[in-house]
Design a protein. Sequence first.
Length: 125
Amino acid sequence: MKKSISTQQAPAAIGPYSQAIEANGMIFVSGQLPIDPATGTMVTGGIKEQTAQVFKNIRAILAEAGLNMDAIVKTTVFLTDMNDFSDMNEVYAEQFSGVFPARSAFAVKALPKNAPIEIEVIAVR
């Protein structure tokens, strides 16, 4: 059995997918872009500000599921420019306390809405 998780505190899905799905106590959060849900536009600033917005969106979705960042066990980071990795990593490290989740990071040619970063996560109850 799967259940859709959705909140207005994070950007609406821009296609035929859910913000997150819960199945068997696992929460799969779709890739989040640095979009401000209040305006529907990409946040201004550099990769640090954009990474912070991505995590704000992830937090909102997890909160809707009754979870916090400690529930995350795996992240996948997509960057259009690996030169942004160090700055992204600095903001990323500030998001977690205790044990960091497992992570993959990839350089990709392009992301939806020409975003420079997208992060998806898997969390568990």
